[in-house]
Design a protein around this ligand. Structure first.
Ligand SMILES: C[S@@+](CC[C@H](N)C(=O)[O-])C[C@H]1O[C@@H](n2cnc3c(N)ncnc32)[C@H](O)[C@@H]1O
Length: 252
C-alpha cells in the first residue's frame, strides 16, 4: 500500500473526488472554539487540509500527518504555491501520532481509517486531544462501498475491498476506547461522470482497492466493467449514480 500511495501522490487530486459537505459540517461544529489547532491524520496530499485552511481564518493551524513522504511533498507544493503558512507536515504513523499530549482541539481523518490500526489510532487521538477535543472520522462503510458505481459494476471490487468497516464495528472500537459517538451523519452525493473518466480513474488506481488486483484480473475486470456500464446506462458521457459516506463525531 505504501508503494501505491507513493506512486499516486503527484496525481492524487486529479483522480479523486473532493467532498465539501463534511468540511462545512465540521467547521460549524467547531464554531464556538476561538482558536483551533487541528491534525489531519492520513492527510495524503492535503486536499482536505487545503479546504479547512480556506474556510477558517488565520487563527487556525493544521498539522498534516501522513506516513508517506511523497504525499507530504505534494502537500507542501500545493500549500506553498498558495502562500499558505499556518500548517506543518509531520511524517508519522497514525498508530503512534507524532504529536504532543493534550495539544489538539480537533483531529480529522478522511478516507483513511481503514488503513489504520483503529484501537491504536483512537488511543493516540485520546492522548493528543485536549479535554474537550473532537475527533471526526469520515469514511465509506463497507455497505456504502458496495452500492457505489464500483461496488455495483466492477468485478470483485466489493470482495477485494475487505478493509472497510461497518458502523457497528467502528462503534465497538470507539466504545472499547472509552470514547462516545456524539453525532453521526450520512452524506449523500449525486455523482455524474463519463465512462472515459471512470476508466481513467480505475487505471490510475484512484481507489487503493485497484492496487490489490493482479494485472490480469484487473484488465479483465476493467473490460467487464465497461460492458456492464454500457449495458446499464444510456448516456456514457453522463453516468449518474449515488454515493454515500459517513462522518462520525467523537468527543474526548
Ligand atoms: C486514501 S488516502 C486519503 C488521503 C486524504 N485523507 C484524502 O482523503 O485525500 C489514505 C492516506 O492515509 C495514509 N496512511 C495510511 N496508513 C497510514 C498510517 N498508518 N499512518 C499515517 N498515514 C497513513 C496514506 O499514506 C494515504 O496518504
Amino acid at each position: 500500500m505504501h508503494n501505491h500511495f507513493s506512486t499516486i501522490a503527484s496525481k492524487y487530486q486529479s483522480v479523486r473526488t473532493l467532498d465539501i459537505k463534511p468540511v462545512l459540517y465540521i467547521k460549524d461544529k467547531l464554531k464556538k472554539k476561538p482558536k483551533i489547532s487541528m491534525a489531519d491524520v492520513g492527510c495524503g496530499d492535503g486536499r482536505y487540509a487545503l479546504e479547512f485552511l480556506r474556510y477558517f481564518d488565520d487563527s487556525f493551524y493544521i498539522h498534516c500527518v501522513d506516513y508517506n513522504e511523497n504525499m507530504l511533498l505534494s502537500l507542501e507544493d500545493h500549500l506553498a504555491a498558495q502562500n499558505i503558512t499556518n500548517f506543518c507536515v509531520r511524517q508519522g504513523d497514525a498508530n503512534r501520532l507524532p504529536l504532543d499530549n493534550d495539544l489538539m482541539d480537533c483531529i480529522v481523518t478522511f478516507n483513511a481509517i481503514h488503513h489504520f490500526d483503529v484501537p491504536k489510532f483512537l488511543s493516540e487521538s485520546m492522548r493528543t486531544l485536549k479535554d474537550d477535543g473532537h475527533l471526526f472520522i469520515y469514511t465509506r462503510l463497507r455497505n456504502q462501498n458496495s452500492r457505489s458505481i464500483w461496488g455495483e459494476h466492477f468485478p470483485f471490487f466489493v470482495d477485494m475491498e475487505n478493509r472497510l468497516y461497518e458502523l457497528d464495528e467502528l462503534e465497538q472500537h470507539i466504545k472499547n476506547a472509552d470514547m462516545n459517538i456524539h453525532s453521526s451523519r450520512v452524506f449523500g452525493y449525486s455523482r455524474v461522470s463519463s465512462l472515459d473518466r471512470l476508466v481513467h480513474q480505475a487505471k490510475n488506481n484512484h481507489y487503493s482497492t485497484f492496487a490489490l488486483y493482479d494485472k490480469e484480473t484487473f484488465d479483465e475486470s476493467l473490460e467487464i466493467f465497461q460492458q456492464n456500464i454500457t449495458n446499464n446506462f444510456d448516456d456514457l458521457a453522463q453516468i449518474n449514480w449515488h454515493d454515500e459516506n459517513i462522518l462520525l463525531e467523537i468527543k474526548k
